[in-house]
Design a protein around this ligand. Structure first.
Ligand SMILES: Nc1nc2c(c(=O)[nH]1)N[C@H]1C(S)=C(S)[C@@H](COP(=O)(O)O)O[C@H]1N2
Ligand SMILES: [Mo]
Length: 323
């Protein structure tokens, strides 16, 4: 399948702001003497966190595409409507039960096809690279989406320290699975531990983010504390939460969702409005927080709106086959 690569002058979908919003902001900034400020200064300030967790500041990211102009989802919505099956399958379960998760001490082991395997404590990981704030869309395969200001840095910062060998074609991520802390792990709904995988070039892409916080605070447990992935161009389930192991492999890892339903969840799982899930269309989505009586569904964008950044990773691939 041919991937359309936007011409350099094409606006990125993430840069398209309604003209009225732009003019309003410009008028407001002009009043403050900031009219000549950079386009980034026009972006919406991120909403505040809940005020109960430790602060985790991050400077606005310079990675292209890392900041979208969409209105961020409220902190209340982003922390109460979650998928984290280790704490139950209902959207409200993680917020209710994840307080039993112990996030200190926490160690991530990096292993497999690499010259420098290692074990990293969470305090060291927090200091490994400068914290950046990135406003990413996250779209769940179920047909809803959120826009969240994440704090973290590119996953590649950690991966490159391990010096992956030429046999490292893929990276596998494993989440904690502890029955004592995670009531959902007693159920057989998934094959625990939760495992996800990426091709190594996807994992090394600057937009692939290792996340430690959101809304300027450390991650709430229900959102995957103390660290998780955020892969904005893939369906939400590729972004594993509460990671304890990262392994470089020569063969394609089998993810928990693919094991559970091979026909429904492929290895790639790139957001793609043109490839329906076997049981429903993926052409539109509901933005959480905008589900009032008159709220219209939004069209889902190719690669969730990040096509200009990641489209080249899939040039020449049949995305209907490699779904
Ligand atoms: N370990 C683990 N990671 C997980 C999940 C899970 O059940 N367990 N759910 C995934 C799914 S389906 C989605 S949509 C996102 C949801 O992230 P959020 O609750 O922070 O919005 O996390 C993903 N990561
Ligand atoms: Mo999801």
């Amino acid at each position: 399948m041919l991937i359309r690569t936007p011409a350099p002058h094409d606006p990125l979908p993430s840069e398209i702001t309604p003209r009225s919003a732009y003019l309003n902001r410009r008028a407001a900034l002009a009043g403050l003497g900031l009219a000549a400020a950079s386009p980034l200064a026009l972006a919406q300030p991120a909403p505040a966190g809940g005020g109960k967790l430790a602060k985790l500041p991050g400077a606005r990211s310079a990675v292209p595409g890392a900041v979208v102009m969409d209105k961020p989802t409220s902190y209340a919505d982003a922390t109460s409507y979650n998928n984290f099956y280790e704490f139950g399958t209902d959207k409200a379960d993680p917020a209710q039960y994840a307080h039993t998760l112990k996030t200190r001490p926490w160690t991530v082991s990096v292993e497999g096809e690499c010259a420098k395997p290692g074990r990293y404590g969470i305090e060291d990981l927090l200091k490994l690279a400068p914290m950046e704030e990135r406003l990413y869309r996250l779209r769940c395969v179920e047909g809803w989406s959120m826009v969240i200001p994440w704090e973290g840095y590119s996953l590649s910062e950690l991966l490159k320290l391990a010096q992956p060998t030429s046999k490292a074609k893929y990276v596998e991520f494993t989440s904690l699975a502890d029955k004592a802390q995670m009531p959902g792990v007693r159920s057989g709904v998934l094959d625990w531990p939760y495992v996800e995988g990426l091709r190594i070039d996807e994992a090394m892409h600057p937009l692939a983010m290792l996340v430690f916080g959101m809304y300027g605070e450390i991650l709430p447990n229900q959102n995957g504390a103390p660290l998780r992935l955020a892969l904005p161009w893939k369906y939400g389930f590729k972004s594993a939460k509460s990671i304890v192991k990262i392994r470089f492999t020569e063969t394609e890892p089998r993810s928990s969702w693919t094991k559970a339903a091979q026909q429904e969840y492929g290895f790639y799982s790139n957001v793609n409005p043109n490839v329906p899930h076997p049981r429903w269309s993926q052409a539109a989505e509901r933005r959480i927080g905008e589900d009032g009586l008159f709220a219209k569904k939004r069209p889902t964008l190719m690669f969730n709106g990040y096509e200009a950044q990641v489209g080249q990773l899939y040039a020449g691939m049949d995305l209907k086959r490699f779904y």
